[in-house]
Ligand binder design. Structure first.
Ligand SMILES: Cc1cc2nc3c(=O)[nH]c(=O)nc-3n(C[C@H](O)[C@H](O)[C@H](O)COP(=O)(O)OP(=O)(O)OC[C@H]3O[C@@H](n4cnc5c(N)ncnc54)[C@H](O)[C@@H]3O)c2cc1C
Length: 329
């Protein structure tokens, strides 16, 4: 495989879901890498229900935060909840201003009451078409911004680090060619880990590779065992599984007594004692110095055996294998 090096003068964004493309619009100048054509291969385009935010006069971010913390049953990071609930309303309004056709009555969002929310706060698009419609608006805005460059058929393989361990770019496979992209910033927006599950409603491209790349670069991955899984997929034999019809998410249904709601993985920097670490210490399975459970279609499904401490065998998990590419030929 050939190998070349380029320099980009803005952030390189790994992933073209809602997070990646929103970051690109905020940065104004950015290079976005997407393994697939835009609007495919990402959870964002598959989201159905809508976006929860305190958008009505009867609601407030603090109420939204309290509901989220309660439903989280001890798994939520309060700072993350505070950020999401405080900035949520402006984020939804910004997407609407970009052209996402949220259901409205006059200037007011039509809001539905769902799950553990104590107020009606889920803003929908055409009933169940939120993800595709929001992504269409965001993609149109990105394509209309000439300073944002998109590379499709481009998958990040490794983060590039200097001698101090600082991330200075990314090694990507673009159209079958390995390319080192040097850049002042790299933004990881590769989504969740759902694609690793044998039974999943998530696109297969979304398999935690950003977490693996970050771990190999020295980050500590918190709570990789937490993953969103409600409502459960239908019993269809298709892979990935389609969701059951939307009425499953009945108005006001409480999930507080079901499986605890997920907390998204957070990444913190591991203290460095020397030059850039390579190899086992950064293995995605090794977290907070103790064995962790990871989801997998490779080892008995959810909660399969942890493999971290003292394990000298290479892990065959797809995320780990994909992240294990160390050097270009
Ligand atoms: C069926 C379904 C229904 C949902 N319904 C709702 C809902 O109603 N409301 C709600 O709030 N949330 C919902 N969600 C969750 C929501 O869609 C996600 O939380 C959100 O879209 C995540 O956005 P993201 O940009 O972080 O990740 P994604 O949209 O998954 O984007 C990740 C991107 O990273 C790319 N990528 C992966 N690996 C690499 C790599 N190595 N290099 C470069 N790029 C890479 C992927 O191809 C993709 O483009 C739903 C999810 C699913 C699957």
């Amino acid at each position: 495989m050939t190998h070349c090096r380029i320099t980009f003068d803005g952030p390189v964004i790994l992933g073209a879901g809602l997070a990646g493309l929103t970051a690109a619009l905020a940065a104004k100048r950015a290079l976005v890498l997407s393994p697939t054509a835009l609007a495919t291969g990402c959870s964002s385009a598959w989201a159905q229900g809508g976006m929860a935010a305190a958008l009505s006069d009867e609601d407030a971010p603090a109420l939204h935060a309290a509901d989220t913390i309660a439903a989280g049953a001890g798994l939520c990071d309060p700072q993350a909840v505070d950020l999401l609930t405080t900035e949520g309303p402006a984020a939804v309004r910004a997407l609407a201003a970009l052209g996402a056709p949220f259901d409205k009555t006059g200037d007011d969002f039509v809001l539905s009451l769902e799950a553990a929310h104590s107020r009606a706060r889920v803003a929908r698009v055409g009933g169940d078409g939120a993800g595709a419609a929001i992504m269409a608006a965001v993609i149109a805005a990105v394509r209309a911004t000439p300073t944002i460059e998109i590379r499709e058929n481009a998958r990040a393989r490794r983060l590039l680090q200097d001698a101090t361990g600082r991330v200075v770019g990314v090694l990507a496979e673009i159209d079958g060619q390995l390319v080192e992209i040097l850049s002042p910033a790299v933004i990881l927006a590769t989504g969740g880990v759902g694609g690793l599950y044998a039974v999943t409603t998530t696109p297969k491209e979304v398999r935690g590779e950003g977490l693996g790349l970050a771990a190999l670069a020295g980050a500590v991955i918190a709570d990789p065992n937490s993953s969103s899984s409600t409502p459960p997929p239908s019993t269809s034999a298709a892979t990935p599984r389609p969701w059951p019809p939307r009425p499953y998410a009945a108005r006001g249904r409480s999930c507080a007594t079901a499986t605890p709601a997920p907390s998204w993985p957070t990444i913190t920097r591991r203290p460095r004692t020397g030059p850039a670490r390579r190899g086992r210490p950064g293995h995605p399975c090794r977290t907070r110095g103790r064995p962790r459970r990871l989801p997998g279609r490779h080892g008995g499904g959810r909660g399969s055996a942890a493999t971290s401490r003292g394990n000298s065998r290479p892990c065959s998990r797809p995320a780990c294998a994909a992240a294990s590419i160390r050097a270009a030929p």
